[in-house]
Design a protein around this ligand. Structure first.
Ligand code: GLY
Length: 433
């Protein structure tokens, strides 16, 4: 089943306009990247621009959650479900239908179209939302509806803008597969997989935090396509689905080895990060030292470091790229059209990091051998400044060792460097004195 198509057609048949994915860089200084399907509609929700003639829409939105309020970068490779870039299916009502229909549509799609077994489904609602509690009981037994507070069941795009209480649909993958301390509904484990978030948009959050009611209560939903594909294919990890497996197989082929329990995380990180950086390049986000290009650089260098762990010593991502195109290129045609350019940029950035990674890794390992609890801020800074290791990459290398970096020292050195750089800058000479 082509779930993307099935979803868009389902909502089209319910009267929604199918709308294209908006760019990854939103026209909004408060947002690092487009992080949800609702971003392109945010001004319609708040009433800043008029509602379209059709007040309902549906989309499959490319989202990045690496930097900003929603940041999943550090989880990628360590959980079965996090990605830096993912596709979010969504349906939206701009003051048209509200909770009753949003819940009924979601239930119909999940149980009829996707045919997910009802006995594996759970629902959460905001603790104050008695209305949603009543409405859900038309579909699911009350014992499977759980109430949570703001942390879990209040959604906002960023620090300001449209937001509201939400209701999430979870799929239970079974205690036979997942039984860590975190594998409970609302926990961090992978057993209860959140597949769809229905946001009941009711407020416009102001800079000072006050919640101003929206002109009309609205609906914003978000369903992670990668997760649903994995569930439908009967695999317990997104990276085991057809969306990622060919990429992982290709990396194995190039590395000349097969993944094992110890190395599989590296393959997953590379697969995820190749997707994110390729899409970013396809939309003109290059690698650089500040802002969005620095996020892209951090993601790519994390992939290179994991490639290094697998034995790669020179650029390899361009050789994996065609496999990515085979999976997503027919829907995202830019990936094919800009293939040469994207491969070239990936290779250039890989080359830059491969030049310094070897020495950086040996400095890192030397320091690690000496470290008891706190990894030296001086060395982390040297790795950053001289060897091109972003701070979060060094953090990532320490993660499974349970060690933290002396961040205060790192920040001090960073500030010193910025001050020196300012003092050294004498102006470009453009301005006549
Ligand atoms: N806008 C809903 C979500 O991202 O979950």
């Amino acid at each position: 089943m082509d779930i993307r198509k099935e979803y868009l057609e389902f909502f089209k048949n319910k009267g929604h306009d199918i709308v294209s994915s908006m760019p990854l860089v939103p026209d909004d200084p408060t947002l690092m990247f487009t992080n949800a399907g609702m971003v392109q509609f945010k001004d319609i929700f708040t009433g800043a621009i008029p509602r379209p003639a059709n007040p309902t829409a549906t989309s499959c939105q490319l989202c990045i959650r690496a930097g900003g309020k929603h940041n999943d970068l550090e989880n990628v490779g360590y959980t079965a479900r996090h990605h830096t870039l993912f596709e979010m299916l969504g349906n939206f009502s701009f003051g048209d239908y509200f909770k009753k229909e949003a819940i009924a549509y979601a239930w119909e799609f999940i149980t009829v179209n996707l045919e997910l077994p009802v006995d594996k489904l759970w629902v959460t609602i905001h603790e104050s939302d008695d209305e949603a509690y009543e409405l859900w009981q038309e579909h699911i037994d009350a014992s499977r509806i759980k109430r949570f507070g703001d942390k879990d069941n209040f959604w906002s795009m960023g620090d300001t803008g449209a937001c509201g209480p939400c209701s999430e649909i979870f799929y239970d993958q079974g205690s036979e597969h997942f039984n860590s301390d975190e594998d409970y509904l609302g926990g961090e484990g992978d057993r209860f997989l959140e597949i769809w978030n229905l946001v009941f948009m009711q407020y416009d959050r102001q800079k000072d935090g006050t919640l101003v009611p929206l002109p009309k209560p609205s609906i914003d939903t978000g369903m992670g396509l990668e997760r649903v594909i994995a569930i439908k294919e009967g695999v317990l990890n997104n990276f085991d689905s057809s969306n990622f497996q060919p990429i992982i197989k290709k990396i194995e082929e190039l590395a000349g080895k097969t993944a094992n329990e110890e190395t599989i995380g590296s393959y997953r990180v590379i697969a995820d990060h190749l997707r994110a950086t390729s899409f970013m390049l396809s939309q003109g986000i290059l690698f650089g030292n500040e802002g969005r290009p620095y996020v892209s650089r951090r993601i790519l260098r994390r992939a290179v470091r994991h490639g290094y762990l697998l034995g790669f010593r020179k650029p390899f991502l361009a050789k994996v790229y065609d496999t990515l195109c085979n999976i997503l290129g027919s829907h995202y045609t830019d990936l094919n059209e800009k293939a040469d350019y994207i491969k070239e940029q990936l290779t250039l950035e890989e080359e830059r990091f491969f030049k310094t990674i070897e020495l950086g890794m040996s400095i890192f390992n030397e320091e690690l051998a000496k470290t008891k609890e706190i990894f030296s801020g001086d060395v982390a800074f040297k790795l950053y400044d001289t060897y091109g290791f972003p701070l979060d990459l060094t953090e990532d290398m320490l993660r499974d060792k349970d060690l933290k970096i002396d961040n205060a020292k790192f920040d001090e050195l960073m500030d010193e460097q910025k001050t020196k750089a300012k003092a050294a800058w004498k102006g470009s000479g453009d301005v006549a004195s």
